[in-house]
Design a protein around this ligand. Sequence first.
Ligand code: PMV
Length: 360
Amino acid sequence: MTGTDFVPLAYSKKIANGKITWKSPSNIALVKYWGKKENQIPANPSISFTLDTCATTTTVSYQKLEEEGNEFSFDLRFEGKPKESFRPKILTFFQRVEKYLPFLKSYHFTIETSNSFPHSSGIASSASGMSALSLCLMSLEKELHPEMSGEYFNKKASFLARLGSGSACRSIEGDLMEWGLHSDTEGSSNEYAIKYPYPVHEVFKNYQDTILLVDKGQKQVSSTVGHDLMHDHPFAEKRFSQAHTNLTKLRSVFADGDLDGFIKIVESEALTLHAMMMTSLPYFILMKPNTLEIINKIWSFRERTNSHVCFTLDAGANVHVLYPEAEKEIVYQFIKNELVAYCENGQYICDAIGYGAKKM
Ligand code: PMV
């Protein structure tokens, strides 16, 4: 399916008003998306675990306007209070998706959102936020066109979420989501994410992710600026082809439950993401001293105990500590004893693999 498949034909129903709520999770990439082309097309394919606890809940109330307006009409509320600072981002999103949701100027929307994770925790809410909003708009489209299939609903929700924030397209379903054309993955697409279609060993079920909040400050590099750094980057082409290779390697890792292979790919991907930032112009170091302390502690714990705990990073200083459910107790003790001291105000979030967004 391509973009043109998501332009709807005439709707069969008329709806005056209503209210829809979706709760959509965040996700953590194992093979990272970093670099994009026009229209939010990724420069390389990526794969992520859908999370469970870290989520955004969005309620969209809609009221049909007497006459279709020339502008988009909406109010925004965040955690119970008006939030005008979100307006430019939502406006850009509406402009990008209007072609696919032609009803957008026919309604006044009130969009209310809240996050399960603490405000300014340094955890990006764009993936959960944009996927939740896309799902609410898809629910309205489904009311206007009740014959829509469940498969189309999810694909289009992922497609719309991608236009809001690339990685958001991987938050619609779970537990393992792949986005971006990859010759070794049947059904893969640059336009939306798909559920990882190959066998996954039991050991990856209910995988744990404890997010250590090392630096809760504002992101030093917005993801828009970050992706742009990959244009004219001296290592861009090598990096993009490495992501393809890593995805291919993951296929047997997932099938065989090869935890050592998993660790190698996941940690290398995290460090490569940061290496790309350190070697771009302008250059950035997004890790903090405590990020490195944590990484070193994880490595020495692994050597001492033969545990399969590993880490990954987003475009920031926080550390995602990943481990199999079977090692939950020992790794959690290790985190409390040795890693929490490096978190800002001792803060961390216990999360695990989740199965995607839910209609409330
Ligand atoms: O979705 P964006 O544009 O915020 O980019 C996210 C990029 C990373 O989180 C660093 C990697 C990824 O694949 O999620």
